[in-house]
Design a protein around this ligand. Structure first.
Ligand code: C5P
Length: 223
């Protein structure tokens, strides 16, 4: 029997990152941050001098990613080590997210990361955060959540996050970036961002993290 999986898909800034970390902690399950793998592929490509439109070279980069996720105290994001170097904060930049969404449109790149993602499914269970967790990577997941929020709300959250981290940002530029990235993620032919047919959609606009977490926990306990 395979370990259970809760998939949480949705656009950037929907609160997925925070909610999946809390959910994994509450359940005592593993966490897959699949977006980090796309971000790491983009970052490793740039480091290796690979152009972000060179599909076959990118497939190679993705297939040979030397990455480890190191556990940190509960509630903190895992430390991300790429080829021996701590890139935890570097992969969180807007540029890296944008580059990630460019390499993520390529089906062969996605294929190269597929098994690596499925390998995270281990006892006692997995919380999987991404865009296609419920539709492609874990189509048999017993619990599927699609977490969304208005673009304005997502931009506002991202703005606060970046400000807190001491990054100087412009709100309208951020909103525009979010719209462009959503558009690219939803309109690509390879694993477009959309709720699985059997996903429960949660709109987190106006909800607190706690309220969103409670709804996710309710979905898990009903399964
Ligand atoms: O979730 P995060 O913002 O880290 O994801 C970065 C980018 O990686 C997304 O905009 C998306 O293009 C891509 N991605 C994806 N499939 C996933 C996770 C992320 O295509 N499962």
């Amino acid at each position: 029997v395979q370990a259970p999986v809760v998939t949480v898909d949705g656009p950037g800034g929907s609160g997925k990152g925070t909610v999946t970390q809390m959910l994994a902690r509450e359940l005592g399950w593993h966490l897959l941050d699949s977006g980090a793998l796309y971000r790491l592929t983009a970052l490793a490509a740039i480091r290796q001098g690979v152009a972000l439109d060179d599909e076959s070279a990118l497939v190679d980069v993705a297939a040979t990613l030397d990455v480890s996720f190191e556990p940190t105290p509960p509630g903190e994001p895992a430390k991300v080590i790429l080829a021996g170097e701590d890139v935890t904060s570097e992969i969180r930049t807007e540029i890296c997210g944008d580059n990630a969404s460019r390499v993520a449109v390529m089906q062969p790149v996605r294929d190269a990361l597929l098994q690596r993602q499925r390998d995270f499914r281990q006892a006692p269970g997995l919380v999987a955060d991404g865009r296609d967790m419920g539709t492609v990577v874990f189509p048999d997941a017993p619990v599927k959540i699609f977490l969304t929020a208005s673009a304005e709300e997502r931009a506002r959250r991202r703005y606060n996050q970046l400000k807190e981290a001491g990054v100087d940002v412009n709100m309208s530029a951020l909103l525009e970036e979010i719209r462009v990235r959503d558009e690219r993620d939803m309109n690509r032919s390879a694993a477009p961002l959309k709720p699985a047919d059997d996903a429960q959609v949660i709109d987190s606009t106006g909800l607190s993290i706690k309220e969103v977490l409670d709804r996710c926990m309710a979905a898990v306990s009903q399964a």
